[in-house]
Design a protein around this ligand. Structure first.
Ligand code: TXA
Ligand code: MG
Length: 343
């Protein structure tokens, strides 16, 4: 049975203690972060970590991020930290940022899926921080969703997938950012973005001077191909319905493209901008936010994908954005949700 705790109007200390107790008893707790909800378990306990893989139906070769509430712990989890890595820690933690570091032996193999590195993240979220602190152990946590599906950003969606599969769920309402943290690995002194997020390529360049976006972020991965981050290999963020991503630098051309697809497929819905709702004539139009506010789009995207999935349409047509700033992360998720079906 899953226990529910409502923290929408603030943290209830007694209940947070109950959640920490569950963690120390090797249980699993869904908790909010600023990016998406996570399924947490004691990162230092094999028995606890196994329950995460089971709840999500996650492949055992896909490692988990370890969440901390205090930077001093990094030294225990990571065997070396170079100057560039330290600079990233100083500037982006706490925040929607995960750094891949060489790991020590206290991190169990099942957390890192046998890799010699570990992903470390310090969330910038009050509930997450107090929760991790109370637990007194680092918390391994993937996004709160069944593997392959859009990440959990609100309790209704999470309940639908994980009720009965985790020990407790903390409800803190809709998350703030809505897409997962930026994952970075420093290779030969250069920060490589393995998964784009709210901390952008531009943000990292400003601090370190150089930055690379891993070429797999926007390219299809062939079977058996070696990747820096195992998560890149799997079908991701995808609704059950077939999706197509529509993008053009020219706004009117983008609208025309959507209209053209709608003519060919009338049982379709559109996930589009607020500004285009009256221009694109579709009865099933879901607004993902304003074209001028990408943070609104990132917050709504997973919720909207799930909403679209429930409409019983044959096609979900999604409007794309320019790949700059937060747009890079949004397009990375949308491309994969559409399985690279782009027009
Ligand atoms: O915002 C987030 O990062 C959320 C919240 C809950 O913190 N967590 C999250 O975890 O998105 P997950 O498991 O859904 O995605 C973690 C990604 C996966 O693609 C995984 O392959 C990659 O990070 N990853 C984890 N450890 C890694 C490592 N040692 N080396 C390379 N990639 C790693
Ligand atoms: Mg995930």
């Amino acid at each position: 049975m899953t226990e529910y705790f409502d923290f929408k109007n603030g943290i209830i200390k007694e209940n947070l203690k109950k959640c920490a107790r569950i963690i120390l008893d090797n249980g699993t707790v869904v908790f909010p972060t600023e990016t998406v909800y996570g399924i947490g378990a004691n990162a230092l306990s094999k028995e606890a970590v196994k329950k995460i893989y089971l709840a999500k139906g996650r492949q055992s070769d896909n490692p988990l991020i370890v969440h901390i509430s205090n930077k001093d712990i990094i030294k225990k989890l990571a065997s070396e930290i170079n100057d560039v890595e330290q600079l990233l820690i100083d500037n982006f933690m706490p925040g929607p940022f995960t750094l891949i570091l060489k790991r020590t032996n206290i991190v169990p193999d099942c957390v890192t899926a046998g890799l010699d590195t570990v992903g470390i993240r310090m969330p910038d979220n009050k509930i997450a921080n107090q929760f991790i602190k109370l637990c007194g152990v680092p918390i391994a946590a993937p996004s709160a969703n069944i593997s392959g599906r859009p990440s959990g950003t609100n309790i209704e969606d999470i309940k639908n997938e994980l009720d009965g599969k985790v020990d407790a769920i903390i409800d803190a309402g809709l998350v703030d950012i809505g897409i997962e943290s930026t994952v970075v690995k420093v290779i030969d002194g250069v920060p490589n973005i393995l998964r784009p997020g709210k901390i952008t390529k531009e943000d990292i360049k400003e601090i370190v001077g150089t930055v690379k976006v891993n070429d797999k972020v926007f390219n299809k991965i062939n079977k058996g191909e070696k990747v820096e981050s195992p998560g890149m290999k799997y079908r991701h963020y995808a609704p059950k319905t077939k999706c197509v991503l529509v993008y053009s630098d020219d706004e009117n051309e983008q609208i025309t493209k959507v209209q053209k697809i709608l003519k060919q497929q009338n049982n379709a819905c559109v996930l589009g901008f607020k500004e285009h709702e009256t221009k694109i004539n579709c009865k099933k139009y879901i607004t993902i936010g304003s074209k001028l506010d990408l943070s609104e789009v990132s917050k709504n995207i997973y919720k909207s994908l799930r909403q679209a999935d429930k409409l019983g349409v044959d096609l979900i047509i999604i409007e794309g954005v320019s790949k700059t700033g937060l747009g890079l992360a949004i397009m990375n998720r949308l491309l994969r949700a559409c399985e690279y079906n782009v027009i």
